[in-house]
Design a protein around this ligand. Structure first.
Ligand code: CP
Length: 304
């Protein structure tokens, strides 16, 4: 039985295979509409979500399956003190596959160790978000036609942004990928990522606070929200939350081929005036999330 807890558990061949499946689903959705007939997905969300939970649910429905679950810890027996391990043992009696989001880093890993059905990490604290990374990889593939030879700028909260951490790991496996890491000093990427991924793999990267200065070099600009829920101190959040606000004016040095991504939700970091720019791809990214999750469900349930 296979789980998905960390994107690095997937080989690049497996990722290619899922991108291929997602592309076939986009082209011929009717061919997939009965593939999960009789199967059930449980969405166990101990933390808020719009895209991840609903795209998982839409994915399972579009594969012909059914969905059950909860969208907040308070409406489950976790509120009475039930452990994650006991929760997944229980849910495994009702569902064929579980997607779990949890505020505690490592909770989906603990769940996978005790589960009788595949567990998908749908985001654990500030740690990882592998299905967002699959979404991002499909989006980059569809926009650029490749996952190599790219310069990617990550901008915003690189300390707590789990989508950034997962995507840096995933992209570090492709040839000639360069990173420009744009953040306030206090929100730089964690040291462990520098040591274990960037330095170990001899990745080319620069750290800067200057978004406009980096713009001309970028193939992809990956904007992120300052993660209010991960701050210990509200004053620090208020001071840092508007560090970067992407406006049409700030894009004047950007190339015509730039793709602007954001895992969403956005708060203030991309002005709505940017939404009409043809380089803004974050709502396409939302849709890609459903297709790649369909491909992932098929893979983990071993449905042909
Ligand atoms: N990108 C993402 O994880 O969005 P949600 O928090 O709405 O699921």
């Amino acid at each position: 039985m296979k789980h998905l807890i960390d994107i690095m558990e997937l080989t690049t061949e497996e990722i290619d295979e899922m991108i291929e499946t997602a592309t076939r689903i986009i082209e011929s959705p009717e061919e997939y509409s009965e593939r999960c007939r009789g199967k059930k997905l449980a969405t166990l969300f101990f933390e808020p979500s719009t895209r991840t939970r609903l795209s998982f649910e839409a994915a399972m429905y579009e594969l012909g399956g059914n969905v059950l679950g909860f969208s907040e810890a308070q409406s489950s027996s976790a509120a009475k003190g039930e452990s994650v391990a006991d929760t997944v043992r229980t849910v495994g009696a009702y569902a064929d596959i579980i997607a779990m989001r949890h505020p505690k880093e490592g909770a989906p890993l603990v769940a996978a160790a005790r589960s009788t059905v595949p567990v998908i990490n749908a985001g654990d604290g500030g740690h990882n978000h592998p299905t967002q990374t699959l979404t991002d990889l499909l989006t980059i593939w569809r926009e650029k036609g490749r996952l190599h030879d790219l310069t990617i700028g990550f901008c915003g909260d690189l300390k707590f942004g789990r989508t950034v951490h997962s995507l840096i790991g995933a992209m570090s496996r492709y040839e000639n990928v360069k990173f420009i890491l744009i953040s306030p000093e206090e929100l730089r990427i964690p040291e462990y990522l520098k040591k274990e991924v960037l330095d170990r793999k001899n990745m080319e990267y620069t750290e800067t606070t200057d978004l406009e200065g980096a713009m001309a070099d970028l193939d992809i600009l990956y904007m992120t929200r300052v993660q209010r829920e991960r701050f210990f101190n509200e004053q620090d959040y208020i001071r840092l939350k508007d560090s970067y606000i992407l406006t049409p004016d700030k894009l004047k040095n950007a190339g015509e081929e730039l793709s602007i991504l954001h895992p969403l939700p956005r708060v203030n970091e991309i002005s709505v005036a940017v939404d009409d720019d043809p380089r803004a791809k974050y709502f396409e990214q939302v849709l890609n999330g459903k297709f790649i999750r369909m491909a992932l469900i098929l893979k983990l349930l071993e449905v042909k």
